[in-house]
Design a protein around this ligand. Sequence first.
Ligand code: 5AD
Ligand code: SF4
Length: 479
Amino acid sequence: MIQANSVLLTLREVEKELSSTARCKKLVRSFYGEEHIPLAFVHSFGCQQNVNDGEKILGMLTSFGYGVTFEMEKADVVIYNTCAIRENAEKKVYGLVGELSHLKKKNPSVLIGLCGCMVQQSHVAEKLKFSYPQVDFVFGTHALTSFPTLFSGVLESALSGKRKRMFEIFDSDGRIAEYAPVYRLDRAKANLPIMYGCNNFCTYCVVPLVRGRERSRRSEDVLTEAKTLAAQGYREITLLGQNVNAYGKDLKDDLSFPELLLALNEIEGDFRIRFMTSHPRDCTKELIDAIAKCDKVCNHIHLPVQSGNDRILKEMNRHYDRKTYLSLIRYAKERIKNVTFTSDIIVGFPGETEEEFLDTLSLIEEVRYLALFTFIFSPREGTKAALMDDPVSYEEKNRRFQQLLSVQKKIEEQLHREMVGKTVRVLVDGFNRDHTRLYGHSEENLTVDFPGDEKQIGNFVSVRIDSMENRALLGHIID
Ligand code: 5AD
Ligand code: SF4
């Protein structure tokens, strides 16, 4: 569906990609033969948004005639969908790509591609070009919607026997394509991206540099996709966006994020709605009221605070202070029954003093988060914070990090203990590691283990929580 919105692909651009898709189908048959169904392996690192991009790539590859494999050694095309958020994420990818040279030697016809946030950075693309010859094609986040055209070029060069490596890293922001097929990796939970990019420019964060400015999908398209997912029997829909609660700010005459939640809540079906990641700056009382009103929207909010200290928050360019953040939390606790919170915290931001760190500890004790995603500051090329003086040693940062973990562990244990004896509605995810019990997530985002059988996977069950063992909640299904 086409609208007068430069963010959407035009009809002509969609037609081009559809005709490239048809071309890829023919090329796949010529390259692999009619008898052989080639297999694609796509592995995504990083956030849910990236996982969803990976699902789109798999969707496109299956429309070209590939099957899907989760075993890299069996694949005819291998794609790593990379993340740039911290240095560790990048190091891991360089290591894995290095190992791919063995795969290429063993099977020279395997096609190796890299995409995602890490390769959107020009210094990374250059390094891959010169130091990793095993890589056949590279495309950045903004080139995802023209993947069929890029891939038809990759197949043509492979067929011709004259290997031509392809690099497509666009500077302009990626466009929104409503035509792209999605291969969903989970049969009960679906990701639904509602906006892309970020306008916040937190000083530590590479996301605005690799994902571009905020672009929202039209509510009409979001609602249509959500209705299809509900009709297909998905039990959980997670609305995605790097800054999800800024949804709609760039749209004219369309819904705001709270209005979108209210509209989604009206869709028929037994499913629940989550969303991530929210920025406290765009978290309004109106949004909290909407969450409280919508029975399908889970009573769990992931609201990254990053730090509990006002000077650090300012240096991070977060646009809120401790007091405002805590007043939002208080309001949500008053309005939303049994609400839980999770958060992201960065320890060791450049120049963070011991006292400033202690402010973060006192904040987490006040909020009582169900879980925290904790990170030691990692300087990212092109960000402001990477240029700031950073006198605190890594050892000291690590000490603070460990202290944070141990404070959080106690909070989690207390919160879990308070849940014993209560009954929660759980969406069953699967079997636990030793395959002895099922596990799933409650609306509050608690993980619970309980006995049960395979038939229950992908369905809702009521679970009474009986005990807590090694931080895990154990329970049993009740009618
Ligand atoms: N260093 C450490 N952590 C970071 N994050 C983002 N950028 C950095 C960085 N440079 C963390 C933030 C963010 C989460 C996705 O990753 O906490 O919310
Ligand atoms: Fe990583 Fe951020 Fe890209 Fe997600 S958007 S993959 S967290 S860099």
